[in-house]
Ligand binder design. Sequence first.
Ligand code: NCD
Length: 399
Amino acid sequence: MTLTGRHLISINDLSNEEIELVIEIADQMHSALERKEQLHYCDGKELYTIFYEASTRTRSSFETAMHRLGGTVVSHAEAQTTSSVAKGENIADTVRVLEKYADIMVMRHPLDGSTRLAADHSQIPIISGGDGSHEHPTQTLLDLYTIKEEKGNIKGMNVALCGDLRHGRTVHSLAVALARFGAEITCIAPEGFELPDHIRNALKDYKCKLTEYKSLEDVDSEGSLAIHHSKGKERHQEGFMNFLLERLDVLYFTRLQRERFSSREATETDQESYRINKQLLAMSREDAVIMHPLPRINELAYEVDQDKRAAYFRQAGYGVPVRMALIALILGVVQAKPVRGVRTVPGKLPEEIPGVTCSNEHCVTNIEGYATPKFYRDPHDPQALKCYYCDWVNKRIDQ
Ligand code: NCD
């Protein structure tokens, strides 16, 4: 199996071997970039980027990647207002037109499952640049590349995922990938912002060791620390914080995704509950790595930037070689040996179930009228139907 001509919508569209191949080719691209070589793998090829949501890193690193590979780019930002979507055009028609203009497309869209729907209607490969709060697979590829660069390995690492784990799409793809590569996961998320069910179930399937906490409070004026364990409200003193931080190899922070909040969430959230600053850094391991997909808001104090463990700007930089590797592999322009095949959701193909719709109000099937909802049956729970587009676990009550 090769990556040529394939879509990348979910991190589970790639097998572990394929992820390793992307990382290996990214290494070669990284070296070429360091030698300031202009590559010609993509001479005569065109990348179309269409973004219906704001972006600084994802869109520009994809575009830089294509330029470095010798290809050309059509860049369509703010598509929510500047494309015919503003006149009522749907996703399917949009991609059926854009496929005529380019060889490969990157799409970011605010609806969960939107990029899968786009891929289902496209003759050219579509790479997701993030779909709502669902997934962000290419961010995960560069996150894994960063962990490898900084720590040498992924297996056996204890990675803390801190922040809005419910709406944050980067951590959804990353948690699954970490579990698949044998990392341990520690979650630190404010109440109500924990990982969604489908990610939790996936981690269970991969037998991932998962520990969860509700907050990582700042050092108070006397220098004491507290952490609320999700199973109780007990306050732990500094010794416990030391114990926790001493065990973490990677601290991966994310912002609260306020644009995806309900009005209740907007008023009830303690945005300071997982902030990292100098004092917490002082208790972390000397070889810890601090990561963040960016943009940061309050969760990462500026004073952390000076520390050698702060890897987030290096991480953003790795977006270019990783995306170069991905584009080159999908366009089939680099020599790569075939590796073991596509990883898919276990069990049968998704089914249409008459009368059943997805209960996630942000699922693309609830907005784009022509999109037929499809579900996977959960082998462990006959009442559960997992949406093919957004992975939302729907519970059936009529059986
Ligand atoms: C993230 C995204 O868009 O999901 N940014 C990124 O791609 N680096 C994270 C975020 O917006 O918080």
